[in-house]
Design a protein around this ligand. Sequence first.
Ligand code: GLU
Length: 389
Amino acid sequence: MGNRKPLDSYRRIVIKIGSALLVDRKAGLKKTWLDGVCADIAALKAKDVDVLVVSSGAIALGRSVLDLPAGALKLEESQAAAAVGQIALSRAWSESLSRDDIVAGQILLTLGDTEERRRYLNARATIKQLLKIGAVPIINENDTVATSEIRYGDNDRLAARVATMTGADLLILLSDIDGLYTAPPHLDPDAQFLETIGEITPEIEAMAGGAASELSRGGMRTKIDAGKIATTAGCAMIIASGKTESPLSAIENGARSSWFAPSQTPVTARKTWIAGQLQPAGELHVDDGAVAALGAGKSLLPAGVRKVLGIFSRGDTVAIIGPNGREIARGLASYDADEARQITGRKSSEIEAILGYAGRTAMIHRDDMVMTSLVNSKSERQQKDAAHA
Ligand code: GLU
């Protein structure tokens, strides 16, 4: 499982900063706090650790600059607030980092920049170049153009994608909560704090409530999603409170935080990209036999597929759903949705006669597939085996 180690023993750290830490609704930017974080970042960089920042706060800062009333904003209002706030946010980071002679580079990403392979490789190359020249990338979602269908919506998962994209070995989520509890601590006095999470099991997922405040979109749910993306790729994750001055030094000095162990058998970079896709284009619903075959490392054959949902093309990412309705894997479809529907439930030897050409035997080849919930499928299979025994 690996153990916690000092921050300066990591090679590359992505730090996600929640809006509420950086922006006070009335007073605006919290400059002193930002200076403290930047001093922490400078200390890490001085020890040869690459640091990337995923900074929220554009909308919150824009709200404060424009003096918008509290409450929900319309899409175009939040886009305009982000346009105003992002300039101020980047300037603040740049000024604060420059006190230690560190250069900042602004990167604004949209969902497509990490979901489409070609754009993903392009964004990754730019970020890596910034790191190479010693700059600190300051990353945010491009909220000015993102609409609900094409947005991350929360920077927790965006930060996890950035971490896996850049091969970071640690992701730190700083927000107003100091870590994961067995239940929401403000609602349940018996809630226990979890210091180390060896694996994100369905039980751990169940502990994450849906809480989100007006200033920060991500609640614990999105943090656990981020943890899944990061740890599957072999990147550890820390959830810690950023409410203290110099929060990174505070972590080093033993402030309470939750540490999520990285997977010891991380999947390849390509499979990481597949697993981290936020919006699979379709779903393949499969039977128990297929669930068992996938668990044993086999490809998904048309015979094991019961139903095909969605519109997708060959090469698009689709989710594989077990008979209980839970996702068990993701992979790149070998067939367009229409073709997949035609060969659903049929033997691979029939494919040529049905489609008129000899396609791949598998609906999804195992090299193009990654299990997203091995734990589920395994334990359910074990239960079933026990019931049948
Ligand atoms: N991208 C949003 C912003 O900068 C924040 C999203 C989040 O808080 O997760 O305002």
